[in-house]
Design a protein around this ligand. Structure first.
Ligand SMILES: [Zn+2]
Length: 360
């Protein structure tokens, strides 16, 4: 049984799902909606918040919790993955070097110099409860030399992040400091994944994330690399499956030992009219890998125009207890903004119910 994750703003029972409030808000819903649905914590993105509105703006507002009216735990992703993917799409946007990352804002020409120390400083300015180290992301398919360089940088940067956090905490005499997570790289090469996990564990962190894109080219979970990493980390340590979110992938990664999940999928799918529902007769059983425990509802499909049943019988969310599938179908068809909110509330409630089943 995995230990709950204790933060200075409350304890997260695990496994836990943290929706993406990338730019200080979960799209389409309010903090009140999140609380009512049963969400315990959220993930923000330090890099995106640094770009807009700026870490100083959030700090001046009283920190991320007051800024977004959220009193529970906040994990701030460093943005290592986003920086890498933006630069990969367009090399003119910046460069990743051994000691720093330089990112250029294409619209304004503004330049950001991001070092491991700066990335930790930004997360402390935000007031995050779980700080994530800057890592050097790679493509799982990239050649071995590139994966080796990524692991070397990732470990060096994690050590610098750890030292910077310890220095700032001592300087501020912070009696209740944030937690710090490191991210494991190494692509799909077993020796490198294990080496990176062991080196990070030796430095010592409060939790560890599985870094890089977590899926294979056909959309399946990278189960072997995830298993190597989980096996090479301390048994009781919180393990974060960054970006893993499809319900069957969550069940698979939980089986491998991962207990913290964040993903834009349920909220993004909801906004596009894709809803999740437990299959009829599933009746609150705990799913195991391979179980067909849920179905996807595409509310735009014509069959829902006259479907007067709720999206899921037995779901206790605002949508299912008050409205039919036909009503949601109409709201989407006429472009009513409340369609996105109701669908998001339902999908998040589905995740909260799924995670409660996994906790048992
Ligand atoms: Zn529902």
């Amino acid at each position: 049984m995995a230990e709950p994750l204790v933060t200075r703003r409350g304890t997260l029972a695990v496994p836990t799902f943290l929706p993406d409030a990338t730019r200080a808000g979960v799209r389409g819903v309010s903090s009140d909606d999140l609380r009512r649905v049963g969400i315990d914590g959220v993930v923000v993105n330090a890099f995106h918040l640094l770009r807009r509105p700026g870490a100083r703006v959030v700090q001046a507002a009283g920190g991320i919790h007051r800024f977004m009216d959220w009193s529970g735990p906040v994990l701030s992703d460093s943005g290592g993955f986003q920086i890498w993917s933006l630069i990969r799409q367009d090399p003119n946007r910046g460069v990743i070097r051994d000691n720093e990352v330089i990112f250029r804002e294409p619209s304004t020409g503004e330049k950001w110099n991001l070092t491991p120390e700066r990335v930790v400083g930004v997360q402390l300015q935000l007031g995050s409860d779980i700080v994530v180290c800057l890592d050097d992301c790679t493509d799982a398919e990239a050649p071995e030399a590139e994966q080796e360089r990524s692991v070397e940088r990732t470990v060096k940067w994690a050590r610098r992040c750890r030292e910077e956090l310890d220095r700032l905490v001592a300087e501020r005499r912070d009696a209740d400091p944030p937690r710090i997570f490191a991210v494991v790289q190494g692509g799909a090469i077993e020796s490198l994944r294990r080496q990176c996990a062991a080196a990070l564990a030796e430095i010592g962190f409060d939790g560890y994330g599985f870094g890089g894109w977590p899926l294979d080219p056909v959309g399946g979970l990278l189960a072997d690399p995830m298993r190597w990493v989980a096996e090479s980390l301390p048994a009781g340590a919180p393990k974060h499956a960054l970006g893993v979110g499809r319900p069957d992938h969550v069940v698979g990664a939980f089986e491998l030992g991962y207990t913290i999940f964040d993903c834009a999928l349920p909220t993004r799918d909801a906004r596009h009219g894709r809803l999740y529902a437990f299959r009829a007769g599933w009746a609150g059983r705990r799913p195991s890998p391979g179980d067909a425990f849920y179905r996807a509802v595409r509310i735009h499909d014509p069959e829902y125009r006259v479907d007067h049943a709720p999206i899921e019988d037995g779901c206790d969310c605002t949508l299912c207890t008050r409205h039919s599938a036909a009503y949601l179908h109409l709201l989407f068809k006429v472009g009513d903004r409340s369609a996105e909110r109701l669908a998001t509330i339902h999908n998040l409630r589905f995740y909260v119910r799924l995670f409660a089943l996994l906790r048992g």
